[in-house]
Design a protein around this ligand. Structure first.
Ligand SMILES: Cc1cc2nc3c(=O)[nH]c(=O)nc-3n(C[C@H](O)[C@H](O)[C@H](O)COP(=O)(O)OP(=O)(O)OC[C@H]3O[C@@H](n4cnc5c(N)ncnc54)[C@H](O)[C@@H]3O)c2cc1C
Length: 398
């Protein structure tokens, strides 16, 4: 494993840095980073940012050049994430379109589908969500009950999805449905549709999270309509499509680890600012010890991530080890934000308009619980690590 970057990679970093300095929203680099509370305005601002990225050629760097990407290497993707975290760039509203749907369509979509969707994903004209989870199907998606039935020349879709991130701003949904019954193998008979979210049969209801924000939704489908042209892959072969899609998540966790590293540095600053009896908390040995322990854990996780990345580069695709990164980054994020709230002392219990201190830490702490669930719960990650990385016997419950 080599930790240094090549000249070509450093040139890539400089090019991106220069572009960001010239193109980030006004005042952003100086710390004016407020995004609108109003949902429509929020969506408008972030779609505009997505469009700016597109115009600069920075919307989807890993996509092949012929589809509007840069054909970036994994290392260039890492540099991209590092730089975006460094300037605290605005969030990517079309994350699912760019990182999941687009690459899957490039792999297995028809020419018409590529022509129809890819550019609109890049420009932010069409925002995507993914509709997998249902009230009875989360960790085990084979339990899904949303049904699509052929009716003349189109399909009628009925059912309910839940926890649909970005559903409230999305134009399109990458939707998992059951199209036939194969009692002997439940992962058969699933079909993926690209469903239009702006049709009468689709109702999206926001769910309020415990941090007061509302980023995911319930989605109800009552005779929603789709056509054969909206199917990704073949009818009944949705499971393979899902596997193809998951292989595209090459570096997402890495981006979160870099954010975690930045959060650690911010926590150190917090401990320098907060005082007890006139003395900065950073001078308290117990606080210093805790910070040292966090430093070791964050650093260790980053090195482990780099190690797994080397395996990914060698094998051409990520392996089960990425479960370690997902588990560690989300649980460490939770512990670190809890510690930052603790540093704020009695000020830490107040949020939003009541807050006397920066309420960012309270939001991070409250949101951290969802992160240990979304994209596969910690328990499921532990099972994967046990069975597929350590070679332990299978979970007896299954
Ligand atoms: C912030 C957030 C964003 C999300 N975004 C989306 C999205 O955009 N689209 C989407 O479709 N879904 C989304 N989800 C849903 C998410 O994928 C599911 O919540 C997750 O897969 C868990 O499923 P579940 O909630 O049905 O829990 P269940 O699967 O019912 O699990 C309940 C409990 O049992 C445990 N458990 C289940 N199976 C096992 C096992 N085999 N071994 C050990 N323990 C087990 C789980 O760890 C958990 O503690 C999101 C969730 C969150 C929190």
């Amino acid at each position: 494993m080599d930790f240094s970057f090549t000249k070509k990679e450093e040139k890539f970093r400089t090019e991106l840095r220069t572009w960001l300095e010239a193109n980030l929203p006004e005042g952003w680099l100086e710390g004016k980073r407020d995004l609108p509370e109003d949902l429509d305005e929020y969506s408008r601002v972030l779609r505009a940012w997505q469009h700016t990225l597109y115009e600069g050629g920075w919307a989807a760097i890993a996509w092949p050049k012929e589809y509007g990407g840069r054909g970036a290497s994994l290392m260039e993707e890492i540099i991209y994430h590092q730089e975006m975290v460094r300037v605290k760039a605005p969030p990517l509203i079309n994350y699912i379109g760019i990182h999941m749907v687009g690459p899957t369509l490039i792999d297995i979509g028809t020419d018409e589908q590529k022509e129809r969707y890819l550019k609109k994903i890049l420009t932010g004209e069409e925002i995507w969500c993914q509709g997998y989870s249902e009230p009875g199907a989360g960790s085990d998606l084979t339990g899904l009950k949303t049904r699509a039935v052929k009716d003349g020349d189109h399909w009628l879709i009925n059912g309910q999805k839940v926890w649909t991130s970005f559903g409230h701003v999305a134009d399109k949904c990458f939707l998992l449905t059951r199209t036939s019954t194969h009692p002997e193998k439940k992962h058969r008979g699933i079909t993926v549709f690209m469903m239009d979210m702006h049709q009468p049969g689709v109702e999206t209801l926001p769910i309020v999270q415990m941090d007061g924000h509302s980023e995911f939704n319930e989605v109800y489908m009552t005779d929603a309509v789709a056509t054969d042209a909206d199917i990704v892959g073949q009818v009944d072969s949705g499971w393979h499509v899902l596997i193809a899609l998951m292989l595209h998540e090459r570096t997402g966790i890495g981006a979160e680890l870099f954010t975690l590293e930045k959060q650690f540095n911010d926590t150190v600053e917090l401990a320098q600012q907060y005082k007890v009896n006139g003395k900065p908390l950073i001078e308290n040995p117990a606080i210093r010890q805790k910070l040292a322990s966090f430093y070791a854990r964050v650093r260790g996780s980053l090195l482990n991530y780099y190690k797994n990345l080397t395996t990914t580069i060698k094998n051409g695709q990520p392996g089960a080890e990425t479960s370690i990164d997902k588990l560690v980054v989300t649980e460490l994020n939770q512990a670190l934000s809890a510690f930052a709230v603790e540093i704020q002392g009695h000020q830490g219990v107040l949020v939003d308009k009541d807050a006397v201190a920066d309420p960012k830490w309270q939001h991070l702490f409250l949101a951290s619980f969802g992160q240990t669930i979304g994209g596969g719960t910690s328990e499921v990650q532990r099972n994967t690590i046990g069975e597929r990385v350590l070679g332990l016997p299978k979970d007896m419950g299954r």
